[in-house]
Ligand binder design. Sequence first.
Ligand code: CP
Ligand code: NVA
Length: 313
Amino acid sequence: MANLKNRDLISMRDLSAEEIGYILVMATKLKALQKSGQPHALLPGKSLAMIFQKPSTRTRVSFELTMFQLGGHALYLNAGDIQLGRGETVADTARVLSRYVNAIMIRTFKQSDVEELAQYASVPVINGLTDLEHPCQILADLLTIKERKHRLAGLKLAWVGDGNNVSHSLMLACARLGMNITLAVPEGYDPDPDIVGAAQEYAAGTGASVVLTRDPAVAVNRADVVVTDTWASMGQEGEHAERIKVFEAYQVNKTLVSLANKDYIFMHCLPAHRGEEVVDEIMDGPHSVVWDEAENRLHVQKALVALFLGANV
Ligand code: CP
Ligand code: NVA
């Protein structure tokens, strides 16, 4: 049985296939308890510090409710309002917060800041999005795919757009779990080569394929799952105008999804930029599972934090 007590989630690389499966099973149990109104206060008196250096709707709300529904407490710490914002080091922040709280979630720019936080914290650290990865999002996406497709291994996923943080975590998870992923990305916006290399290594062991193409049609052809994300991530606002031009052919619209399997699902971590990476017809259409994805952030994070703090159902 997987043991996740006192672990960190810095990268999707931190979780084995077995551990991911375990988190999803626990998330499903917790979701059922919540839906049927049964108590599941697994973490009474426990607290989570949430450091935000970038904006958030889903991550902030779902982590706050993660702690509330488990009988614990979450503290929202805007990086600009704490001493970290005026030069207190990441290491010292980690040491101090570890004396107060039972776990720390951080959304920031540099992956190395999350690594440093985890190195100096004596409590579990969770990556709530960096420029490099967004593992909590992918756990929610995996739960959503499992709910809809009743399996993970052997499915074909199409990623259409930027080779960004979300694509990185998704690629690593797919390869680990035996899911085939084809990413259609314009030249100059490729995913990080180290991540692609790691994913290809995992894929060699699970029989999955990790394919990069410039052609969205190749990616979406006979896909079970079509995924996209914003063309300009947080911190890239200055490149927005330029990116819109480069990514024009990478829009998820009716023509593109006509190539996918008939029962494909459409996914987007949100926030969406309607009319850019996806059109209303797809976002609001019958194949879209984007609201389930948003909801499932809550359920997987409840499982994750509970397991990291040694609780179980
Ligand atoms: N998907 C996601 O992480 O959304 P937020 O930026 O609103 O947290
Ligand atoms: N790639 C997006 C994801 C937002 C949840 C970003 O980093 O802004």
